[in-house]
Write a protein that binds this ligand. Sequence first.
Ligand code: AMP
Length: 395
Amino acid sequence: MKTLNDFDFKNKKALIRVDFNVPLNEQFEVTDATRIVSAKPTIIKILEDGGSCILMSHLGRPKGFQDEFSLKHIVGKVEEVLGVELKFIADCIGDEAEAAANSLEPGQVLLLENLRFYKEETAGDKAFAEKLSKLGDIYVNDAFGTAHRAHASTTIVAQFFEGKKCFGSLLAQEIESIQKVMQTGEKPVLAILGGAKVSSKITIIENILDKVDHLIIGGGMAFTFVKAQGGKIGNSICEDDKMPLALEILEQAKAKNVQVHIPVDTVAADAFSNDANKQIVDIYAIPDGWEGVDAGPKSIAAFDKVVQESKTILWNGPLGVFEMESFANGTIELGNSIAEATKNGAFSLVGGGDSVAAVKQFGFEDKVSYVSTGGGAMLESLEGKTLPGIAAILE
Ligand code: AMP
């Protein structure tokens, strides 16, 4: 795996695909700079080596040129985060972009305009990628959030940098974290899958059964498993058509010696609302008119035991409707358990969608080993897919 350490960037121009797809408010101010902060180590390392950086990114989903999606809006924030003055150019290819790149001195940073102003970017157009490739000497991909897309700047451009391409430090960290869970992690390995739907996680479950020793199935997903085993789940969410599959997964797990842990009790609510009445019930005997919205205390205690015994932990998906304060407890308690296990030496990776939001919301970000920056890319990695952006560097 080629990383930044395999190159000397002195007097070299690094063409870096970053993920600066940050949220903006109505005044076009950056409201969450996490992605810019995440890209900083790579950029600073190259500058300290004596190189220069040409940053390329997308922002939103523009249809052709649309001023509101211009990366000019984020220049100030990027300068503030990097502590470096930025040059900005209102295009990402062509004469002007090439002239700007050519005139860069070591230590300087150039930000190109939104790649997606050209439809060729998402189409993975080779001619467009070749134009991008003219801007730098070494290609660095540091955008995990788009690594599952075979776009021009994330994948196709790499073919013009034979022997001169590598992963940025963020992307390298993401890859290493996933490898720890899927291949190299210390046993016992535990995966915790929660969230709303079984259907969106089936491929992950099937792939992960070969890698883990324990599997916790929580959140809304659990009710399909409970009903499939003959439980009464009241109004809880359930995908009836996935019940046979749920049973099959349990069989597969048994055959593979994976211990599956399903909640035994649940917080049931009489409405899908924060101020609904609630009671704790056996998850296999939820009264009519009530629905399971969070993990109950027995389940939380049982999950904590498994977490504390695990040395490698993957967490994807909340244990309840954590967006509502009344039903956030299970997710918070799981976060506490994982934080404690991490403190005691376990490796913990949180990735894919809503668990990342939960971890940030409840302040666990610094208490787990790694929080992934890529939703879809993380999910596809867990499904066992080779991401095109990663493959393009390895080729
Ligand atoms: P996912 O994107 O698959 O990780 O699903 C996350 C969503 O699952 C969150 O919006 C949660 O509110 C929701 N969720 C978790 N547990 C439940 C539950 N018991 N009933 C309904 N929705 C749930």
